[in-house]
Write a protein of this length. Structure first.
Lengths: 772, 434
């Protein structure tokens, strides 16, 4: 019964819609586990405590790694089950963030100091041990350094130029990007401290200028923004004995076979030295606890108590094993006592509403009954159509199945509308008791079925031999199709709206002109209010140039390989070969981009660098070439599979015609098949370009963060997506121009790709030909 | 054409046809070779990637276990004489393990050494004993030999990832720990066994207790939501745009718009999800339901574009024939065009969903980049997904997470391949050439 199959298809589709509407109320059930967001530096420690906490009879908390800024933004956005309970931070909360919290009703925040994170300078263990001083580091990394009494752009290229006792190696330091709290601490603890010994600096009387001079890092390639993935830095250091890396202490502790920590001012970075304070490059880590949530989620105070217990954050605790540097015993005891006083462990549990079994089931029962009623309607309609002509179906205008679908829809559509409206209403109604919920849902279910039954009766009355059921059903289907295609417009509107407001706030602080045409991108702006005045340039041109460069490299790989693969698979390969080769190639598109990222950063980039060195070229360790090549491999299937399908669909008659004229196979393909399939191929290529522009993880890992305006594929560039991600998940305040720049970049990228697509569509339209 | 057909009388020309044909055949062979090279190159890249992943990851599928003679002390397990399941479950089995270690190495006395000694076994080792006691409470009071999970450092030592010949200062394990390890090895108290925990547990900060099941279930729920939303919606909008929409300004805007959505960086879809799905509709954070919706929005353009290309490729004669026997426009599409376009639609679904499966950036905004111990049981439970789990493991300092990372990738690829297999089956079923 093909008609019935059609009905099945439609009803499954509609049933799906109901299913999602139903998940809305069930998702609003009470939360029984803590929700923690925030810094990626605190993440490994918070998760360790969360796991122990989960073994103590509570549900293990969910710990998100969002960056300090994003975490505090979420934390401060409100009180209630939908908002996080604790924010991890690698810096103290800022006044602006506290104000934001207050505004949204988060008035009672408890600050908890949990310990220290040591920041070490590490290099490969194969390199000779090097004792550094903060002075040498300052001279090596500052953008402007004092030379003979005046501040000049940093002239040092080799360590030995700074201090003859250091080796004659090129200065190369891999470190966190400007969005990172680790970098912030590094500037504060190393650069700021070291620069005050120079009379040229202390002579500057203006506080802001002095700080800016002290804390601005050079941007000529000696300091490399290496992203937040410390393991990647470990691997890169292990393969490059010349380089130093700025890392968290835990990564040094776990990689002692690969790395050595540099002695700083005569003190080795060891746990003991960091605890007793003699190793000074360490910063505090914090938890911010929303006290108001004690009544909402069970276990909040208990979790903090576990975090502050001796066995966790104490000097011998398990967090020390995980690489956190604990507070000294006395300090820990004081902090612990203060926290326990502020957050007493109470025996009262959270008083969330426990939705009863009936309440959880009622929406499903209603949906099930509605579907049942609709299929009954289908049968009734069909029977009635048969009956109206006494089985002589030829007298019907429409096939009986259409009458059935008409009646089924007549029942379903009003019922579904009622159910969805009811679900939305129930979501916003203050259902403060279980019985209340039950009553509301019972009412919704009843009205749903009532409305559906009315609709069924109405539709059933229409069924007759002359009724144009097919036209009615087709009109309904067409409306459904139109609604679906409008969804993409809705998505676009949503995206533009979610970008545009934040972008406006950005443009209130940075001029549009500078953003659009500025040739320098260097968001080295202060993370904290008291260290104002580092340079900040928001010129988007180099970022977009980098995206373009990497995309071009990727397409140079992907288009020839993809197109030739498609041609081979569709026209040369035997059915058997095609059957296994095509799915194999498609796997390339599905390998997680994280894997490609590691592959590009750890395998391809060193290969290119080594090859370049052997022929005398200076290749950056994060060259655009490596990222572009690997990205090209990833998008091969976008071109090969889509082109293969369209070429395969070119009618055989056209090929036969070409053969009959004496063309060889390759001539047929080049002059008949490819032109005929061109619109489809172009579609695939456009999709691949889009994918390359929007790709994130590969470039985050392999392409680096330094914005160079260059067309040389051997140099490091950055892309729009990399900047968006690092800006959004950084530790800086969420409302700073640094974060808002991400939205502006997103918006600009959106506009640029829109223009490109309009142009592409025009071109495709011009050359589009319908064959046959 | 007619002039060429006339024989050129009187003029003698060298017969170049043989040479030209040889040239054309050579071009033909070259062209075919390029094709073979391209396919070979793509597959070689895949092989390189797969081999490098598998060679790093296979060792995560087995683990090192240590045999300990544990005295099941009633004073510890049933302190108040009750032997109900709750008392038995809550007892300090890890303490019993520590006692067993002390008995096995009686000469270790100092506090620091003891701590190192306890670090030989996983701090989840007590669970093995707990399960045995819960299954058979009559064991209490006796001394039993248990194979418990070794700590990750010992496991790394056994697998050779921690080199013994390095100086002690450059190793995570100390010389004494190696001596204890060797002693256990000599007395047959070490073995390697299948790492069942990896397939049955959620995430953990202890590498030897970390499992992939939580992320796998999260990915399954997320993908389910994505497929159920993206495939029907995508195919239906493609049908409308390609077959029915009048070619006017509005449809042109929609078309450009869809192409443009494909280029929007995925993290922006995450921002949209945060603002609309979490903000306006109040859906829960970290839920696969929301993740699936966001990924569906991200996948839609790919599916729409692929479906439109596939619909476009169906020859007009098929449509005309159907119209000729009186089919309505919708019947033409649903009975004839759509089945013939199915292979292309499936291709779009494969590469679109493959991307969604491997995507982690948009999930960051909606809270799925998270540490979650419990295995999710439904699309609204907090969950993470496979690529996120892989990324989080790759970012962990512990050495043992390196093999876990690669093993996680292997699981993801297995999932991907089985997901693709379904679509490929459908594609093969409908594929034809006319």
């Amino acid at each position: 019964m093909p008609r019935q199959r059609g009905f099945l298809g439609i009803s499954t589709l509609l049933g799906l819609g109901l299913l999602f509407a139903n998940l809305l109320p069930s998702a609003a059930a009470a939360r029984d586990q803590l929700h923690i967001v925030g810094s990626s530096t605190v993440y490994p420690f918070a998760t360790a405590v969360a796991e122990h906490f989960g073994q103590m009879g509570f549900k293990a908390p969910v710990v998100e790694s969002t960056g300090t800024g994003g975490g505090l933004k979420l934390f401060c956005s409100g009180v209630g089950e939908g908002f996080p309970d604790i924010a991890n931070a690698s810096r103290p909360i800022k006044e602006g963030e506290v104000a934001d919290c207050q505004k949204n009703g988060v008035s009672d925040i408890v600050e908890v100091e949990i310990g220290y994170d040591g920041i070490v300078l590490a290099s490969a263990s194969s390199a000779p041990a090097r004792a550094l001083t903060v002075r040498a580091l300052y001279l090596a990394l500052a953008k402007e350094v004092p030379v003979n009494g005046v501040l000049l752009a940093n002239p040092y290229q080799f360590w030995s130029e700074i201090d003859p006792s250091l080796p004659a190696q090129k200065i190369e330091v891999l470190g966190p990007p400007p969005t990172s709290g680790t970098r912030d601490a590094f500037l504060e603890l190393v650069m700021e401290k070291a620069c005050h010994v120079f009379p040229e600096i202390t002579a500057i009387t203006d506080d802001k200028t002095r700080k800016a001079k002290c804390q601005t890092l050079r941007e000529d390639g000696a300091y490399i923004d290496a992203g937040e993935n410390d393991n990647l830095i470990v691997q890169k250091l292990a393969g490059n004995p010349d380089a130093f890396g700025v890392l968290g202490y835990s990564f040094l502790a776990d990689n002692r076979d690969k790395l050595q920590g540099s002695v700083m001012d005569g003190v080795a970075p060891s746990e003991d030295n960091i605890i007793n304070g003699s190793y000074e490059v360490a910063r505090k880590l914090y938890l911010y606890v929303k006290k108001q949530h004690r009544a909402i989620v069970p276990g909040l105070a208990e979790f903090v108590a576990e975090f502050m217990s001796e066995k966790a954050s104490g000097p011998q605790g398990y967090l020390a094993d995980k690489g956190m540097v604990p507070m000294p015993e006395t300090e820990h005891a004081t902090v612990k006592a203060a926290v326990l006083a502020a957050l007493p462990v109470a025996s009262t549990l959270g008083a969330g509403i426990d939705l009863g079994a009936t309440s959880a089931l009622l929406p499903w029962i209603a949906a099930g009954l509605l579907l049942l009623l609709s299929s009954v309607g289908f049968q009734l309609g069909r029977r009635r159509a048969f009956a109206s002509v006494r089985g002589a179906t030829r007298q019907l205008h429409s096939l009986p199945g259409y009458h059935g679908i008409f009646v089924g829809l007549g029942a379903f559509l009003p019922g579904a509308v009622a159910l969805v409206l009811g679900a939305v209403a129930a979501h916003y109604l203050p259902g403060d008791s279980r019985t209340g919920h039950d009553v509301i849902w019972a009412a919704i279910a009843a009205s749903t079925l009532g409305v559906a039954a009315l609709g069924l009766a109405w539709a059933q009355r229409h069924v007759s031999a002359n009724f144009r059921a097919r036209n009615a059903v087709e009109r309904a289907t067409m409306v459904l199709l139109i609604v679906c295609s409008l969804l993409s417009i809705l998505t676009t509107v949503g995206i533009v709206l979610s970008l545009v407001f934040e972008a406006m706030r950005f443009f209130a602080q940075v001029s549009v002109f500078e953003f659009l045409f500025g040739l320098q991108w260097s968001p080295q702006m202060a993370i904290r209010a008291d260290q104002v005045g580092q340079s900040g340039a928001f010129g988007a041109v180099p970022v977009f140039a980098g995206t373009l460069l990497i995309t071009v490299i990727a397409m140079v790989v992907a288009v020839p390989v993809g197109l030739m693969s498609a041609i081979y698979l569709s026209d040369y390969a035997s059915r058997a070969t095609r059957a296994w080769a095509k799915p194999l190639i498609e796997i390339l598109a599905g390998i997680p981009t994280v894997v490609y990222g590691f592959f590009a950063a750890l395998t391809v980039a060193p290969l290119i660098r080594g090859f370049g060195a052997s022929i005398g070229l200076d290749v950056a360790s994060e060259s655009a070439l490596a990222a572009g090549l690997v990205m090209g491999v990833m998008i091969i299937p976008f071109i090969s599979s889509l082109s293969d399908d369209v070429m395969n669909a070119v009618p055989q008659a056209m090929r036969d015609g070409a053969y009959a004229l004496g063309a060889t196979k390759s001539e047929t393909i080049r002059q008949v098949v490819v032109p005929a399939a061109l619109p489809g191929i172009m579609g695939g290529v456009l999709l691949a370009v889009s994918r390359a522009i929007g790709e994130t993880m590969i470039v985050v890992m392999a392409a680096g963060l330094t914005a160079n305006l260059t067309a040389n594929p051997l140099e490091a560039v950055t892309t729009v997506t990399v900047q968006i991600v690092t800006l959004l998940v950084g530790d800086q305040e969420f409302d700073s121009p640094k974060t808002l720049a991400a939205f502006a970049l997103g918006l600009l990228l959106f506009i640029i790709t829109l223009i490109l697509n309009i142009v592409a569509l025009r071109i495709v339209k011009k050359y589009r030909e319908q064959y046959e | 054409m007619s002039e060429m057909a006339q024989p050129a009388t009187g003029i003698k020309r060298p017969d170049l046809s043989q040479k030209r044909i040889r040239g054309r055949y050579a071009a033909e062979r070259r062209f075919k070779l390029y094709g073979q090279l391209a396919v070979g190159l793509a597959i070689a890249m895949l092989a390189v990637l797969l081999i490098s992943v598998c060679s790093k990851g296979y060792s995560a599928f087995y683990r090192t276990e240590i045999a300990l003679d544990v005295m099941l002390d009633p004073a510890v397990i049933t302190p108040d004489g009750k032997s109900d399941a709750e008392t038995l479950g809550a007892a300090d089995y890890q303490g019993l393990i520590k006692e067993a270690l002390k008995t096995a190495f009686p000469d270790v006395t100092s506090r620091g050494d003891r701590k190192n000694l306890y670090n030989l076994v996983s701090n989840g080792a007590g669970n093995t004993v707990r399960q045995a006691v819960l299954a058979n409470p009559s064991l209490i009071g006796s001394t039993q030999r248990f194979w418990v999970v070794a700590a990750d450092d010992m496991d790394m030592l056994a697998k050779g990832f921690i080199k013994r010949d390095l100086p002690e200062g450059e190793r995570v394990v100390s010389d004494t720990q190696i001596a204890w390890y060797d002693k256990l090895d000599e007395s047959g108290q070490l073995r390697t066994a299948f790492n069942a925990v990896f397939f049955s547990a959620g995430d953990s900060r202890e590498p030897e207790q970390a499992g992939i099941l939580g992320a796998l279930m999260g990915s399954i729920f997320t993908m389910l939501v994505t497929v159920l939303l993206a495939l029907p919606l995508g195919v239906m909008s493609a049908i409308y745009l390609e077959e029915f929409a009048p070619k006017n300004r509005i449809t042109e805007i929609i078309e450009v718009n869809i192409n443009n959505l494909a280029a929007v960086p995925s993290i922006v879809f995450g921002l949209l999800g945060l603002a609309v799905l979490l903000g306006v509709f109040g859906l829960p954070r970290s839920a696969p339901l929301v993740g699936g919706m966001v990924l569906a929005l991200m996948t839609l353009p790919t599916i729409i574009i692929a479906t439109r290309a596939a619909l476009k490729a169906v020859p007009p004669s098929i449509r005309e024939a159907a119209y000729g026997i009186g089919a309505s426009p919708l019947q033409v599409v649903s009975h004839h065009v759509l089945p013939l376009a199915t292979p292309g639609i499936m291709t779009g679904a494969i590469i679109g969903l493959a991307r969604a499966l491997g995507e982690s950036a948009p999930l960051l905004m909606i809270g799925m980049v998270a540490f979650i111990v419990d295995v999710p049981h439904g699309p609204t439970d907090p969950a993470t997904v496979l690529p996120v789990q892989i990324y989080l493991w790759a970012d962990s300092p512990e050495r043992a997470f390196i093999e876990k990372t690669s093993a996680g990738i292997m699981v993801l690829l297995a999932f991907l391949i089985s997901m693709n297999a379904i679509a490929i089956f459908v594609r093969r079923k409908f594929e034809r050439r006319w």
